[in-house]
Design a protein around this ligand. Sequence first.
Ligand SMILES: [Zn+2]
Length: 269
Amino acid sequence: MPEGHTIHRLAADHRERFGGRPVRVSSPQGKFADSAALLDGSVLETTEAHGKHLFLGFPGEEWIHIHLGLFGKVAFGDAPAPPPTDTVRLRLVNPEGYVDLRGPTTCALVTDAEKRAIHDRLGPDPLRAADDPDKAWRRISKSRTTIAALLMDQKVIAGVGNVYRAEVLFRHGIDPYRTGKDLARREWDAIWSDLAALMREGVRLNRIDTVRPEHTPEAMGRPPRVDDHGGEVYVYRRTHQPCLVCGDEIRTAGLAARNLFWCPGCQTR
Ligand SMILES: [Zn+2]
């Protein structure tokens, strides 16, 4: 499942390639065909992301709401667009290029009010400048749930996935099994601002890097990480490997339906 930085990046890429101009809209697979016909030839006015939700804005406050889920894929290409395969749910085309969406959990035409309702169900997103970390804190500070599970709950905070939750808890030395209630306000503020900075870098580089300058391969004289996920990290998918900071063995356990990774030596707070 992509994390929020990927969706914000997709919003920016859609805006850059298709924004402000008319687009051809189609659904070769057929499931979105009626809505595509309504939008075909209109101007893509704006794009927006909130957590793992992508919104493409058209005139009349109509939005295409996209959630990739586990299997959704987006592929951009230059003109001429090849004939679409019948797995393409949504295709946008302009004279310069095209973008294909395949296998999303959601691809639906929604009104502004329906879009608002989606935002209201989601927690604040560290990548949305106007979002308020207090809204998340109000839930976290009352919760007996572990901070590791709370960070994955999109109603509490939107856009954080399995990599960022593990890495941000490591960076702050926080035991992932601490409850929300036991977290101090200053710890939450530090987590939020760190997530915002890490995720902005994620949007810029299109990958997740979380190690501090002193722990890069160059600084430590170690080989770069080999992982199809890419990026340099402290704990994510480093089970049984030595911690880059204290040398303890990185551990893993299931938490909130996903594998959690942490260092028992460093994460004692
Ligand atoms: Zn450690």
